[in-house]
Write a protein that binds this ligand. Sequence first.
Ligand code: PMP
Length: 358
Amino acid sequence: PAAPPVSGPRLRAALDGIPAYSPGRPAGQEPGSFKLSSNENPYPPLPGVLETAVAAMSSLNRYPDMSAAALFEALAEHFAVPAGHLALGTGSVGIAQQLIQATAGPGDEVIYAWRSFEAYPIITQISGATSVRVPLTATEEHDLPAMADAITDRTRLIFVCTPNNPTGRAIRRAGLTAFLDRVPADVLVVLDEAYREFVRDEQVPDGLELYRERPNVCVLRTFSKAYGLAGMRVGFAVAHEPVAAALRKTAVPFGVSQAAQNAAIASLRAEDALLARVDALVAERGRVAARLAEQGWTVPESQANFVWLRLGEDTSAFAAACEAAGVTVRPFAGEGVRVTVGETEANDIVLRVAGEFR
Ligand code: PMP
């Protein structure tokens, strides 16, 4: 049969309804204003990290090392994993997209909690696979028994975001292992640990422990948050050989620049200094949470570098009030606002606004 007439190139229906980001609206970048909307690290790069990234610029006419040999070696040593169990991505969101490409397509199902990291529904939809969202509990935690119940023969991938974006809650060992015990061996579980370095609850396991025990667990980490390299776009996954190899197959060629590779290596070497900054941010998180509690807010205990204010219908008014006071936060319409723990001055502005909303 003849194809129906089309008025332009035919685009996949799977893309319908996905909002395209609008170009040309930088947030919180005017002098004297603050950006607490993307969970970035407020500290500027360490001089040594900056220097090695800048040094890469003298070879901008060359592609980066495609095998990223030095970074793989540094990561393998740092985390005590075989280099063959690693994959790099253009940010960890790039790897999340590769994970779906590697596991799921039309007819397959991808499970994740909701609300969680907003990229999961988008990248699932792009793949043509079906999203299965399992609501968080009343205390903003993953409902792991319900997530296990949601597994079907069509399930290929499960995203578990811990600590969870945007609620900040992290999953403790007992619940997580009980959940993993219920996941069939042929279903991949991704532990998205973008905020792992901010965790202080000792009952929250390091995903790498779980990966070591289970071939169907993949750990996702990033240099964007604790390591302060959001602008460099470098994330990595740790998984057993077949999964890690699939991720290396689906990677965008040369997707991690040489500057990013250099900066990531230097950051691993400078980890002590960077983790001291994380300690300061964790202390600041404690201060912000305590003040909010004093003001009468119920804030889920955050193990990440942000706090979650459930505001319901007041969400957009709160975000607008922060904006007017010089701070961009991240509203989720009708639900709440996620506020990054950033510069003390910026946090104080948000606390002032929050006080006015009680
Ligand atoms: N996972 C989670 C849970 C996140 O919140 C983010 C960043 N917002 C990412 C992954 C992606 O970060 P990046 O691509 O910068 O590594």
